[in-house]
Design a protein around this ligand. Structure first.
Ligand code: NAD
Length: 258
């Protein structure tokens, strides 16, 4: 086999992407579809679910709701027989405020979606991934390896995702299942615009100043694209990634602080 072939995922992979109807999840779903995979996504946004590209099947499901996740796996079994790759992508930004200013509800909601959601999905996916010697990709963030002032619930949830990833990789390695986390940096798109707006408001500064300040912390002085994250997920699922497990892989243009 030529080395370049190691970069291409096998045809017909069965893939689940959570929060796959927009943003990074959609870029990942589209990339797998383009690579010849069968792709199922879940999301809570009916409008985005209704606009999915042809060929991607979907279920409306909130990953933090156990009943929804059970329904998702029932639907998945109707659409595809087995599962090779699960991308635990759903996650929210959570509040931008000091720890003493955020509400308990905001804290709980961030942990519920960003951490507990990955648990609920992984729990049901594991038997299927054991059967296929499959791959679990958990979406973390560079906030899962750095401190992030005024985004404590988010950073805490993403550090937990890295712990979940490394522990599961140890647990499932003997069954041939690989588990990795991807740590995106600042991904260009509407979500980061909202985050910069919130931070600017919280700091009493302008959007432009806040954006400049954010990029000063990235050695390459740029944001990354959702397709960069999708490319990493595709590589992990190809033969070239076959011996990569338990890793927290940053795709971030080198974010050095937050
Ligand atoms: P986003 O805010 O653009 O949302 C993408 C989708 O998630 C939306 O369609 C939304 O409806 C869906 N969603 C939200 N809550 C959900 C839930 N409970 N269950 C199912 N679907 C839900 O997000 P994004 O920017 O594409 O981020 C995707 C992942 O990447 C998240 O885990 C995020 O923390 C992580 N991440 C993003 C960035 C960034 O700069 N955008 C940086 C680092 C990490």
């Amino acid at each position: 086999m030529k080395t370049t072939e190691l970069l291409i995922p096998k045809q017909g992979l069965k893939v689940l992407v959570t929060a796959g109807a927009s943003g990074i999840g959609l870029a990942i779903a589209q990339a797998f579809l383009d690579a010849g995979a069968r792709v199922h996504v879940c999301d809570i946004d009916d409008k985005s679910l209704g606009e999915l590209p042809a060929g991607i099947t979907s279920t409306r499901a909130d990953v933090s709701d156990e009943t929804d996740v059970e329904a998702l796996f029932r639907a998945l079994c109707e659409h595809m027989d087995g599962l090779d790759v699960v991308v635990n992508n759903a996650g929210i930004a959570g509040p931008t405020a000091g720890m003493d200013e955020i509400s308990t509800d905001e804290w709980m909601r961030t942990i519920d979606i960003n951490l507990n959601g990955q648990y609920l999905v992984a729990k049901r996916a594991i038997p299927l991934l054991k059967a296929s010697s499959g791959l679990l990709v958990n979406m973390a963030s560079v906030a899962g390896r750095l401190g992030f002032a005024y985004r404590t619930p988010y950073a805490a949830s993403k550090w937990a995702v890295v712990g979940l990833t490394k522990s599961l990789a140890s647990e499932l390695g003997p069954d041939g299942v690989r588990v990795n986390a991807i740590l995106p940096g600042i991904v260009s798109g509407p979500r980061i615009q909202r985050v910069i707006e919130d931070r600017a408001r919280q700091r009493g500064t302008s959007y432009a100043e806040m954006e400049k300040e954010n990029l000063a912390k990235v050695s390459m002085r740029k944001m990354v694209e959702a397709t960069d994250i999708a490319a990493m997920a595709l590589f992990l699922s190809a033969s070239g990634g076959a011996n990569i497990s338990g890793q927290a892989l940053s795709v971030c243009a080198n974010v050095e602080s937050l």
